[in-house]
Ligand binder design. Structure first.
Ligand code: SAJ
Length: 413
């Protein structure tokens, strides 16, 4: 008999995972609180942009392998991929995970496996165990100290896919699986064996939790290094892009790229989870966050210096998304910079974003003009490149006789 899985949360990670599971012979019940999301998926359509996803969802829904609903149903395994934002003071908010556990508790049966995939502070999987002990006192729970095998299994297995390449990475990436006990890890691994071609690496829950946070903090710290170099180079009148290109010829050096700041819902968020749980120890990780977060204000100060002697200046702001060739505006430093410049009110802002048809209302409300890149550049005194979209690469010729601030270095090499 085929395995039945509940996928709790049908967002950027949950929906692709549900679709891939369903295309590998597993019956998937997708659960989401949002009525629109449930309706859209049941029509074989999708509510997010991810290359290759729509075709798979259409197929698995039409074959009856994936179905969306509001409430969890009895199944063999329950995968949870709900958001974990942070509150004020960067404190992680795990209330969506707690709500997910609350919703699956009544349908849990002996032999079930629960797998948390959401990015989580260290200790969250153990907290789930405590929550389950309250909600289902009738179940014998696994115990990491005594290694007691329980009626159910519980493990943490972080997603680590790159938006834009999710379908490929879901299958090919190695997975870290951290059970409450080794038996829990093995039970969880059985689910991933259905579709993962990468290695399944078993550990305990706390290590797996910190592993996810570490991966994104590693990237954040390395981007902060590049961003700090960009400030040093501006001060010393050196081209940072050339500097990094030359340094990276060393066989053991691989510096990342500076930019206008770090965006997205992962790298700018996850390191704070480490800082929050280890405030005394996580000094470098905290500092990296501050360096990356301060970059948008630095770019604004560069623009203000550039326009100080221009009467009625116009600025072409190229790109709004948080990284190139996608349509995602979440935590985008480019957006932040445009908003900060609009607040200054000292210049006319000509904004272009080729990947988004309808820009969010709050941006339309501020005083900016939306127009194609070529027109924005033609009308501008200053050209501010904020996102390294492939489409912008050829425009360097159009920027002659303009002041150029290239925050991504695509025209600067
Ligand atoms: N960025 C730079 N310089 C660089 C690289 C990136 O400024 O050299 C900026 C980007 O412009 C962007 C931000 O960093 O604003 C993040 O972009 P990204 O492409 O590095 O990562 P995300 O946020 O799309 O996805 C990350 C990935 N994590 C790692 O590469 C360690 C992905 O594998 C994770 O699954 C994802 O976070 C997540 O969900 O946590």
């Amino acid at each position: 008999m085929s395995l039945t899985v509940n996928m709790i949360g049908l967002g950027y990670i949950g929906l692709p995972t549900a679709a891939i599971l369903a295309s590998h012979g597993i019956k998937v019940i997708g659960v989401d609180r949002n009525q629109d999301v449930v309706n859209i998926i049941n029509q074989g359509e999708i509510h997010i942009v991810e290359p290759g996803l729509e075709e798979i969802v259409k197929l698995v829904v039409s074959e009856g392998e994936l179905r969306a609903t509001f409430q969890p149903e009895p199944a063999d395994a329950f995968l949870i991929a709900v958001p974990t934002p942070f509150k004020q003071n960067h404190e992680p908010d795990i209330s969506y995970i707690e709500a997910a556990i609350q919703s699956i508790a009544p349908v849990l049966q002996q032999g079930n496996c629960i797998i948390l995939e959401s990015t989580s502070p260290v200790g969250t999987t153990e907290k789930i165990l405590e929550q389950l002990a309250q909600l289902r006192p009738d179940l014998k729970l696994p115990d990491g100290d005594s290694m007691q095998v329980g009626d159910i299994s519980l493990a943490y297995c972080p997603e680590r896919v790159l938006p834009g390449n999710i379908i490929h990475e879901l299958i090919e990436n190695d997975r870290v699986i951290g059970g409450i006990t080794p038996h829990c890890s093995e039970q969880a691994a059985k689910v991933y064996k259905h579709f993962v071609r990468g290695a399944l690496l078993l550990t305990n829950a706390r290590t797996a939790e910190l592993c996810k946070l570490t991966e994104n903090a590693y990237r954040d710290v390395n981007i902060a290094f590049a961003n700090e170099l960009s400030l040093i180079c501006d001060q010393l009148n050196i081209n940072v892009w050339e500097l990094i290109r030359l340094s990276n010829h060393h066989p053991r050096v691989n510096i990342l790229q500076p930019g206008p700041g770090v965006g997205g819902h992962c790298i700018a968020v996850d390191p704070w989870f480490i800082v929050h749980s280890s405030p005394e120890q996580a000094r470098l990780i905290r500092q990296a966050r501050h360096i990356n977060d301060s970059k948008p204000a630095y770019v604004v100060s560069q623009v203000l210096t550039a326009i100080q002697n221009i009467a009625n200046p116009s600025i072409a702001c190229l790109g709004l998304t948080f990284k190139p060739d996608i349509d995602d505006l979440r935590e985008s430093p480019a957006m932040q910079i445009v908003e900060m410049l609009a607040k200054q009110g000292t210049s006319k802002l000509l904004v272009t974003e080729p990947h988004i048809e309808t820009l969010p209302q709050h941006l339309l409300d501020i005083n900016v003009e939306i127009l194609p890149a070529t027109e924005a550049i033609a009308q501008a005194d200053v050209v501010l490149l904020l996102v390294n979209h492939t489409a912008f690469e050829g425009y360097v010729e159009l920027t002659k006789n303009k002041i150029v601030i290239d925050t991504r270095g695509i025209w600067s090499l």
